[in-house]
Write a protein that binds this ligand. Structure first.
Ligand SMILES: Cc1ncc(COP(=O)(O)O)c(C=O)c1O
Length: 396
């Protein structure tokens, strides 16, 4: 009988259900001050510990509603705004560009490296103008962007470098956790990421404690120290003062409690993902198929949140696999510079960023998740091989 292999599957354990119920029963769902005892506060400590690098430094973390909120808050905290340009890769999730636009700045799209799908530093160097304020490398699918040349450009041109590590929690660049090399890292716990928390979740991390505090304040209606002190006063009239204008980008306590359990299990899941990625590569290696498997540069520790192959035969391979019960995904069929909000930007047209455009047509994510089995991987590979064999016979 044909198998059914999904694209990804969040892990749910009894402990996750128990902690969620505990918080539901407590009636305390919202964390309103940065210092109160809360699931979100504990998650910040534990996620900070997870991000400790080889030098032992531990970033400060603010737990926020999702990865998009993390990026929006990061730009707001660094006061990036109208007149500023932010360099972003073209083949990524829409909110990377949208958050730049939402603070009134302009996203400037650049091309990517064909083997690791990440921002190409040569394309970045060519895109820098006197208005450039920041670079946002995205660590795609679990493989880090090549940060050293980007950090060097940022240093030379006095730019912020804020990492989008939403897809790469657990990945490392030259031994250091992604998200900890620039000024700030943004993380997502949305359900198809390395860890989740029952839907939406996110965080920022940075060694700049004041900026992390600012992110938390902005996420909590701009309620800073004056607000909290005023709120405790016997008569708060005119004492409750906001530190500017803010958002409500808080994470629910129920979700933060689930995220804490997920974080504890995460290293084991990443090990499983790596094992299946290695198996895919091994099984596809000698098949001589027109399928490029994900590269792993010598300095990269890939967390394989996705196993993205590149093939010019995607349009027919995908429905073939689907008919065999194998669910695959296409994440970014439209590169951002050609998407509706941005395609009229000066200098942007089809052909402007050829690698990103080719990847938009050719990248296919094969199933990878911790609960799959070696048999599942073999089943996928057998059907990929069968597809190309059939194709060769019909075109012979
Ligand atoms: C690269 C990248 N950045 C940002 C985000 C946004 O994260 P969220 O969905 O938690 O808002 C995602 C999520 O899909 C992503 O893949």
């Amino acid at each position: 009988m044909a198998k059914r292999i999904v694209g990804f599957k969040p892990v749910v354990t009894q402990e996750m259900k128990d902690v969620a119920c505990r918080v539901i029963d407590s009636g305390h769902y919202i964390r309103t001050t940065p210092t109160e005892e809360a699931e979100g506060k504990a998650l910040e400590e534990e996620f900070g510990a997870f991000l400790v690098g080889p030098d032992g430094r531990r970033p400060r973390v603010a737990n926020v509603a999702n990865g998009t909120a993390a990026m929006h808050l990061a730009w707001a905290a660094y006061e990036v705004g109208p007149g500023d340009e932010v360099i972003v890769p073209a083949n990524t999730f829409s909110s990377v560009a949208h958050c730049v636009s939402l603070v009134g700045a302009t996203p400037v799209f650049v091309d990517v490296e064909p083997d690791i799908y990440n921002m190409d530093s040569r394309s970045v160097a060519a895109a820098i103008t006197p208005r450039t304020r920041a670079i946002m490398p995205v660590h795609t699918a679990g493989h880090p962007a090549d940060l050293d040349p980007l950090l060097e450009l940022a240093r030379r041109h006095n730019l912020l470098l804020i990492e989008d590590a939403c897809q790469s929690i657990g990945a490392r660049y030259k031994g250091r956790p992604v998200g900890t090399l620039g000024q700030m890292g943004c993380y997502s716990f949305v359900q198809n990421k390395a860890m989740t928390c029952g839907g939406e979740g996110g965080a920022v991390g940075s060694f700049d404690e004041a900026k992390v505090r600012r992110v938390f304040t902005l996420a909590n209606h701009a309620r800073g120290e004056r607000f909290h002190a005023g709120n405790k006063a016997p008569d708060p009239a005119y004492q409750v003062i906001h530190d500017g204008v803010g958002f409500n980008y808080r994470q629910s306590e129920i979700l933060s409690a689930i995220a804490r359990v997920q974080l504890r299990l995460l290293p084991e899941w990443i090990r499983a993902r790596k094992k299946y990625a290695a198996l895919y590569k091994e099984m596809l290696k000698d098949a001589d198929l027109p399928v490029q498997v994900p590269a792993e540069r010598p300095w990269a520790d890939h967390s394989y949140v996705r196993f993205e192959v590149v093939t010019p035969h995607r349009a027919t391979l995908r429905p073939y696999l689907d008919a065999q019960g194998i669910r695959t995904n296409i994440h970014y069929p439209t590169p951002l510079h050609l998407d509706e909000p941005y395609r009229t930007q000066p200098g942007m047209k089809e052909g402007s960023l050829p690698v990103a455009e080719r990847l938009a047509r050719e990248v296919l994510s094969l199933p990878i998740y911790p609960q799959m089995t070696e048999d599942d991987v073999a089943y996928v590979v057998d059907h990929v091989k069968a597809f190309f064999k059939k194709k060769a016979l019909t075109t012979a």
